[in-house]
Design a protein around this ligand. Structure first.
Ligand code: URA
Length: 325
């Protein structure tokens, strides 16, 4: 059933009601429809929705597994007492409602796994969604965690080239029994833009380097601590040093598939990952939960600075730590 369109209003945002860095519409921002991160076209009525004819510049940040919120319940807090009293909450712009849809079943336990199979499935469906939604000029950024190579733990690596475990910029997939090889080019301009944004978050090291993508966390990344290991410590270090000499600065499990799929579908793509350890020093991730939690926020903080810059909201340097409340 078609619902009547309610008037679009820009609600005054309560200070502190949103994440200070990830919020796309902080309080002093100009009137923007709450569902659209793009400021209205010049001359558009305040609060006007994006007309379909207006090119939509979407920014997406994809997250790989994150630790849960430090809050005890982990639930998202809505700071609006009126919501409790409402019989139904219609999320008009998402075409969802608390009565018409089972939101906990649909969204309460979204799992996204690890590695190429998971990122590939998710991207196929996300890219189709962007297509059906007629989104234009989409920029998509994978953010996540990785093992570092010769870089300080906690460094953020912006990938200039996604390479496979033989240090080649390719993604191989078996399709109908044939090995199909696809290129993994990423957007060089985006790398520069992200690096420039790192000046707004100077409290951790950010660098540009190659990212090696593997099909496995253990033997595939030269670890000695898996259930199986077929090589010596010397062989492991020789391999990791070769990777370092080839320009690899971090290792993860998604970037080649991500780069290949996004590139083929015409999305401007970037990969930004924090390193949890230096693999030249060990295999096990030993940092405390608190330290890892802070590390995991670093790519988000860099990408938040990038989004603010893209939206022209970056007058301040924005070097604020995410709020803990
Ligand atoms: N993710 C990886 O794929 N490897 C690591 O060492 C850490 C995170």
């Amino acid at each position: 059933m078609e619902r009547g369109r309610p008037p679009v209003r820009q609600q005054g945002l309560t200070e502190g009601s949103c994440h200070p860095e990830l919020c796309l519409s902080p309080a002093p921002a100009p009137a923007v429809p709450p569902f659209c991160p793009v400021p209205p076209a010049p001359g558009a009525a305040p609060g006007a929705a994006c007309a379909p004819a207006v090119p939509c510049r979407c920014l997406l940040a994809l997250l790989t597994p994150f630790t849960s919120s430090p809050r005890s319940s982990g639930l998202v807090h809505i700071k609006n007492p009126h919501l409790e009293t409402m019989d139904e909450d219609v999320l008009y712009h998402l075409d969802l409602g608390t009565k018409t849809h089972n939101l906990p079943a649909m969204f309460g336990d979204i799992k996204h796994g690890m590695g190429i199979p998971s990122v590939s499935i998710m991207l196929h469906e996300l890219i189709k969604l962007l297509h059906h939604a007629k989104c234009r000029d989409v920029t998509i950024i994978r953010i996540g965690t990785s093992g570092g190579l010769g870089v300080e733990a906690g460094s953020v690596v912006i990938t200039d080239r996604a390479v496979d475990a033989c240090f080649q910029p390719r993604f191989e997939q078996v399709v109908l029994g044939d090995v199909v090889v696809r290129g993994t080019d990423l957007d060089g301009g985006l790398v520069e833009e992200l690096l420039a944004c790192s000046k707004a978050v100077p409290d951790f090291p950010t660098l540009v380097g190659h990212t090696m993508c593997t099909y496995d966390f253990y033997e595939g990344q030269g670890r000695l601590d898996g259930a199986l290991c077929s090589f010596s410590n010397e062989k492991k270090l020789e391999y990791l040093k070769r990777a370092h000499d080839a320009g690899v600065r971090n290792i993860e499990m998604e970037s080649t598939a991500f780069a290949a799929l996004c590139g083929l579908c015409g999305l401007r793509a970037a990969v930004v990952c924090v390193t949890l350890l230096d693999r030249l020093e060990g295999d096990q991730i030993r940092a405390s939960h608190e330290v890892l939690h802070e590390y995991q926020q670093r790519p988000q903080r860099l990408v938040a600075a990038f989004i603010r810059r893209r939206l022209g909201l970056c007058a301040a340097t924005g070097n604020t730590q995410p709020s803990s409340d």
